[in-house]
Design a binder for this molecule. Structure first.
Ligand SMILES: Nc1nc2c(c(=O)[nH]1)N[C@H]1C(S)=C(S)[C@@H](COP(=O)(O)OP(=O)(O)OC[C@H]3O[C@@H](n4cnc5c(=O)[nH]c(N)nc54)[C@H](O)[C@@H]3O)O[C@H]1N2
Ligand SMILES: Nc1nc2c(c(=O)[nH]1)N[C@H]1C(S)=C(S)[C@@H](COP(=O)(O)OP(=O)(O)OC[C@H]3O[C@@H](n4cnc5c(=O)[nH]c(N)nc54)[C@H](O)[C@@H]3O)O[C@H]1N2
Ligand SMILES: [Mo]
Length: 737
């Protein structure tokens, strides 16, 4: 989302810096942005499709040969077992890539129409609790207020490390600058995290917490606010909230004294935290992945919004506010398979484990067993789009085995890596500098309403399709046309026309009630540009396809290479932003209430072992920036962080190699002894474990690290949301060898 200024000399990138004139980022840039030139020039980046030969190695082939090979492996599966034998894996970069984000719906939607069961994504190792809470409390999978960083005077950050991640489901340039500013204007930033992170160091206030116990502490905070008479009335929320008293009643058993032992946070500290929140002018809590991918991810994420509501922070400037995205996204719509007035969960169950779907997904760790277990309905083909599940999914060892066993694995990916080495065919996308770019979903979490469009810097080599064309080709193939014969123009019209027709037919979209033929007639061009033009025009500042004459179209956005800044965060948006059946914030649902007994049982658990957690680094991006030389300089980053007391007990010194083991597996990894970890908790980054045979990653393979997901068991789950637990996994640590 940050604006770049790229200097090119004779066709080569010589410099990348932040664009000082960018309306959004005003010159800010993180190391990932500066890496785009090296990504573009990476000799390992695939420029032509690859197919796997009989001996298991990959060779470059023409696009026609690749299509023929995809047809050769895919068709027999479809003919023998039907579309129920295929699945799609939607990887993380899909959300950050205009062509993929615009057309992944074509592939998933058409494969579903053909009979595919669940699709998979890293969502269940990420933000699925937030999706569940957004759906039930605010009315949409991606509905959630964000902290008003520029105005809060008391920010509590739970399980997020924006100093590394730059903020997650919270889009702001230079988040750490905002944290510094909060303190400069006399406010406070408190970080609740088992690790004294870079963010905690900046915040100055660190409250260490035992992993997985946030929900206990949040209930205790709520209970304290209520018991100590700190809940004020908040007229702006009058009649707009349901169920707060019921949640307060549920908090009764969670006294600060009761949760002190399990959480490691002294009761007196919890009371102080509650009183500080209540006495601040503009308090707000923000949580992310550490509060999601843990044993009680749904309850913790839910309680953050309960507390924000109880404090009157929701929908108020300086609190938790609803952004106004300037561009529409179809992700704001209810999925077409959710037909009733209320969202349904558990509508179908997984074949092997019998687990119920949540927002159409099973835990990503189900994928391996669905591939490996014989019987009716077994998955035999997979299309993986910009994902590296061999590294990113829990129980990664099983998944690696499963990927190797597929009858057809087709990857849309730019590298030959740990996952794609198993592919029968790899279709590479263009480099980030060869394709246009614009964001959609992430403006939903942004601290300002902006519109931007970036033109491609370089023309792709002749004959290279864009990724959206590859997705349409594969969509057509799943529907029955041989891969080489798919008519891309017809498929594009079918998909875009279908999207428009859905939006016209569904209540509550900007196209409700309009004529799809007339809408399609008002659009020009094809591909992501046509779709993005539609979304600009359907945004609050758009021309509404004629309904709002003089409003914006994509052409207006293109004319402003530094972007358009159209609005700032404000309160008072609840009535339009909240789309629950009642139109109010609905705090109480069975899905939450039914999980409280599980949390109560946590109070009784004793004799805990060492717990494993995850972390991120500023110069990594999940698994896939480790081939960029400038991001790999410096010390080894794939280390086990451990507190000095735990290291001493385990007989480990700084730099020693530890063997870390769990019920799932073991790895050997260098140790970094530091009191930045709280005692009893160790931390490993995810995204490592390179250097596997058959991959082609010159730089990454020279710094392989270990795959932390070899340690994460498949069946440790946050029950209500199907989210995998990768924070708070019981483990043992001892000297290796
Ligand atoms: N540079 C960089 N930026 C990234 C990424 C990257 O890999 N590198 N990844 C991107 C992606 S895909 C995402 S989803 C976002 C994630 O963005 P964030 O949510 O900010 O993720 P992390 O930096 O992993 O921070 C999670 C924190 O949770 C803490 N934690 C672990 N267990 C618990 C617990 O039980 N309770 C509490 N309170 N804290 C806990 C960890 O110690 C860690 O500090 O970042 C995005 N941005
Ligand atoms: N233990 C543990 N596991 C985790 C996490 C954790 O905190 N701890 N975090 C989880 C989270 S939040 C996430 S989002 C997932 C990430 O999980 P994934 O999305 O599966 O993995 P990534 O590492 O992001 O892999 C991205 C893939 O996209 C490819 N790629 C990069 N750019 C492009 C492009 O332009 N086009 C195409 N077609 N492909 C491209 C890369 O080569 C790579 O194969 O990991 C999850 N796994
Ligand atoms: Mo993520």
């Amino acid at each position: 989302m940050c604006g770049l200024q790229v200097t090119v000399d004779e066709g080569r990138v010589t410099d990348i810096r932040g664009n000082p004139d960018d309306v959004w980022s005003a010159g800010h840039l993180c190391p990932k942005g500066t890496a785009l030139g090296q990504i573009h020039d990476d000799p390992d980046r695939l420029r032509s499709p690859m197919i796997k030969q009989a001996n298991g190695t990959h060779i470059a082939v023409s696009w026609d040969e690749a299509s023929a090979e995809a047809e050769r492996v895919l068709r027999p599966v479809l003919e023998r077992d039907g579309a129920q034998a295929i699945t799609v894996y939607v990887g993380n970069p899909v959300a950050h890539n205009l062509g993929l984000s615009s057309y992944i719906g074509a592939l998933v939607g058409m494969a579903s129409a053909a009979g595919m069961g669940a699709y998979y994504s890293p969502g269940t190792v990420d933000q699925w609790p937030l999706n569940v809470v957004g759906t039930l409390v605010f009315g949409g999978m991606w509905n959630a207020p964000i902290p008003d960083l520029a105005r809060t005077d008391h920010l509590v950050i739970i399980g997020a490390n924006p100093a590394a991640s730059q903020g997650s489901m919270l889009s702001a340039p230079n988040v750490t600058g905002y944290l510094t500013d909060i303190r400069k204007r006399g406010g406070r930033v408190v970080v609740i995290d088992p690790r004294r992170t870079e963010t905690a160091q900046r915040a100055g206030e660190w409250v260490p917490i035992r992993p997985g116990t946030d929900a206990l502490v949040l209930f205790a905070l709520l209970r304290t606010l209520a018991a100590d008479g700190l809940l004020r009335t908040h007229p702006h929320l009058d009649g707009r909230v349901q169920g707060l008293d019921d949640v307060i009643a549920l908090a009764e058993p969670f006294t600060p004294e009761a949760v002190e032992g399990p959480s490691g946070i002294p009761a007196v500290t919890i009371r102080q935290l509650a009183h500080d929140l209540a006495s601040a002018s503009n308090p707000v809590l923000y949580s992310r992945i550490g509060a999601c991918t843990q044993e009680f991810g749904t309850l913790a994420t839910w309680l953050v919004f309960v507390l924000n509501t109880a404090l009157g922070a929701v929908d108020r400037r300086g609190g938790a506010v609803f952004p106004t995205p300037a561009v529409y996204s179809p992700m704001f719509m209810k999925p077409p398979d959710q037909t009733g007035p209320r969202w349904e969960f558990g509508r179908f169950t997984s074949r092997v484990r019998g687990i119920g779907e949540v927002l159409s997904q099973f835990p990503v760790s189900c994928l391996a067993e669905e591939v490996l277990t014989p019987g009716e309905g077994r998955i035999r083909a997979m299309i993986a789009v910009a994902g590296n599940p061999a590294i990113s999914a829990p129980a990664a060892g099983h998944l690696d085995e499963a990927l190797a066993s597929l009858d057809a694995l087709i990857c849309v990916d730019n590298w030959l890596n740990e996952t794609t080495r198993h592919a029968h065919v790899i279709f590479p996308g263009l480099s980030p500098l060869e394709r246009p770019h614009a964001d959609d979903l992430y403006w939903m979490y942004a601290i300002a309403s902006c519109l931007k469009w970036s033109e491609p810097l370089f023309a792709p080599d002749p004959g290279r399709p864009a990724e959206w064309e590859v997705l349409l080709r594969l969509s057509g193939a799943v529907l029955g046309t041989p891969v080489p014969d798919v008519d891309l123009v017809a498929m594009d019209d079918l998909y875009t026309g279908g999207l428009v027709a859905t939006m016209c037919a569904q209540p509550g979209t900007p196209l409700t009630g309009r004529d799809p033929v007339e809408v399609m007639g008002a659009l020009k061009g094809q591909g992501p540009e046509r779709i993005f033009d539609l979304y600009v025009r359907l945004g609050p500042w758009g021309d509404g396809l004629g309904a709002n004459p003089g409003g914006l179209t994509l052409d207006d956005v293109r004319a402003q290479p530094d972007g358009l800044r159209l609005g700032e965060l404000q309160g008072g948006r609840l009535d339009s932003a909240v789309t629950t059946p009642s139109g109010t914030i609905e705090l109480v649902h069975d899905l939450f209430v039914d999980d409280v007994p599980r949390l109560l049982a946590r109070l009784e658990r004793e004799g805990e072992s060492l717990l494993l957690t995850s972390r991120r680094h500023l110069r990594s991006n999940n698994s896939w920036l480790h081939n960029v030389p400038s991001l790999m300089r410096g010390r080894d980053r794939c280390t086990l962080l451990i507190h000095p007391d735990d290291a001493l007990r385990a007989g480990l010194g700084d730099g020693d190699i530890a063997e870390v083991s769990t019920s799932e597996g073991k790895v050997s990894v260098p140790v970094h002894v530091s009191d930045e970890m709280m005692p009893g908790v160790v931390s490993l980054p995810h995204g490592w474990g390179h250097g596997v045979p058959g991959s082609r990653l010159g730089v990454a393979n020279a710094h392989p690290g270990v795959n932390s997901n070899l340690l994460n068991p498949p069946d440790l789950l946050d029950v209500p949301s199907n989210t995998q637990v990768v924070n708070g996994v019981p483990c043992q640590v001892r000297p290796a060898g």
